[in-house]
Each structure stands twice: as C-alpha cells, then as structure tokens.
Design a protein around this ligand. Sequence first.
Ligand code: GRG
Length: 304
Amino acid sequence: MVTHTSSSIATIALKELFSARCKSIDAYLGTCLQTKNIPDKLRQAMEYSLLAGGKRLRPVLCLTAASLAGCQPDAVLPFAAAIELIHTYSLIHDDLPAMDNDDLRRGKPSNHKAFGEATALLAGDALLTEAFCLMTEARVEPGKCLLALREIATAAGPEGMCAGQELDMEWTGTRDVQLKDLQHLHRLKTGALLRASCTSGVLLGSDDRNLYGALSQYGAELGIAFQIVDDILDEVADPETLGKPVHSDRDNGKTTYPLLCGLEESRVQAHNHSQAAQKALQDYTGEDQALLVYLAQYVVERVK
Ligand code: GRG
C-alpha cells in the first residue's frame, strides 16, 4: 500500500482530468497538419497513424509535468502533441518489414499495409521532422523551449530510442540476453522518450533542479514499469483489445521479462517500479502531482 502518495483528489476526478487532457491533445492532433501544404497521400498516411487512437500517454505526461512546473497547459499543447508525432513515427517504422514486420497496429492495418512501404517510411520521416516545428510553437520563453526540445531530441535519437531499436534488432534471436541487457534496452527503446516526456515538461516551465530530478526519476521508473507491462500484455492480453496480435515477442525470438522472470515475478517488478515512480513525487502536491501518481498506477493496470 502506498501511503506517501495517497491523494485527497478522488480517482474519478483524476480519470476525468486524464480524459480532458487526452481530448485536448486529440483535438490539437486532429488539426495540426490541416494548414500545411502536404501531398494528399502523405497527409493521409500521416493522419492515418496519428489519429488511430493511441493512449496519448506521452503528451499527457509532458502537459502535466509542464503544468506542475508552472506552465499553462494550453501554452505547451503544441510541444506535448509533438511528442505523439515522434512516438507515432517510431511505431510506423517499427512495423516495417525491415524491422518488426507487423501487419496490425492500434487495431488497423499497419501504415505500410495501407499505404505501401515507401510512403510509410516518408510518413514516419515527416512526422518526426514536423514534430520539431510544432515544438517551437510552445508559448514559453525561447530558451526554455530550446532546452526542452533538446531533451526530446536526445531521447529519440542515436543515444536513446534509435539506440534501443538497434540493440533490439541486433539481439533478436541471436544472443543470450540477460536481465541487465534487457533493462538497458528497455531504458533506451521505450524508457528514454517516456522519461523525456516528463523532464521536457519541467524544462518548459522551470529551472528548478529538484523538480527536474524528481520528474526524471519518476519518468525513468514509469518507463520500466510500462515496458514490463508491455511484455506481459504480449503474453496474456486479448488481441482485439490490444489492437495487434499477441505472442509476437515470443514468435520473433525476443527476450522479454516474462521469459526471464516468469509472469508473476514480472507483475511484481512492474508494481515495484510503479511504486518507485510514485515515491519520486512525494515532495509535491496538487492535481498535477496526483494525476502523475494516477498515471503511474494506470501503466501497470492497463489492458492495452
Ligand atoms: C523505429 C527508431 C524506431 C524506434 C522504434 C518504440 C519503438 C522503437 C518501437 C515500438 C515497438 C514496441 C511495441 C515497443 C513497446 C513499447 C511501446 C512503445 C508500445 C507502444 O506504446 P503505447 O502502448 O502505444 O503507448 P499507443 O498505441 O497507446 O500510443
């Protein structure tokens, strides 16, 4: 039982706040490409994946961390939404035949199945680059925006998500992957962008090193919990709810938490990391802190 994080804000109110922030992200994502001069097929491919109904966890983390750091959520909406463009690019590229070769994503044919490989590649490239334009539209001091943007670039690039993806490909089916290797891979492939979603939010609003440190710790722990649950869901989830086939990790020769530790121990580990994430916020209060605590619980309780 977590006592240090118990909140006077009712879970129902936090669910509503999560849903309201998701809605504002969705509304922004629905219009952010409209004024751009993009060839029809490329626009359709970008919007096909962007508007396919993701959980919007990363932008909500950013928005909420920024709000905790003193920003108006509306002022940082373009920045937070941009992280979803980067996440969506990574999913499109990850599904390509040259990578995981997955036919389904978010319950629909994957981007290359719908638009062809070349357009899917470009849709991913275009989402990634457009994301950096959107980030500059945050209504905060330019210096703060630059620091936050750099945080995201570092997490998404060759020292972060791309590094994790490379190691994942190199190690798939070919190496005796130990738990410490798997944790390193997770930290880069999924953890880096989740953590940076939190820390970039802080940087948009504040230069408080303690707040940065707390959100860095929170984001890192949440990232590990998230990925362990992702591995568990690949074993036990309902494919319809998940929006993609299950057992794909096992079938593709990937090492996972359940493979190394068993399902029950994996659940315990995910729970422990979620608790550590919540603990990292114990010096803070208010609805943003409470929403972040709720999200750390949500990532381990989710069914998709
Ligand atoms: C192609 C550079 C490059 C990187 C790809 C993130 C990634 C690296 C690949 C995705 C493969 C995967 C399924 C990783 C597990 C964790 C993860 C990112 C799951 C999907 O994220 P969710 O659950 O998805 O937040 P939604 O659809 O809700 O947005």
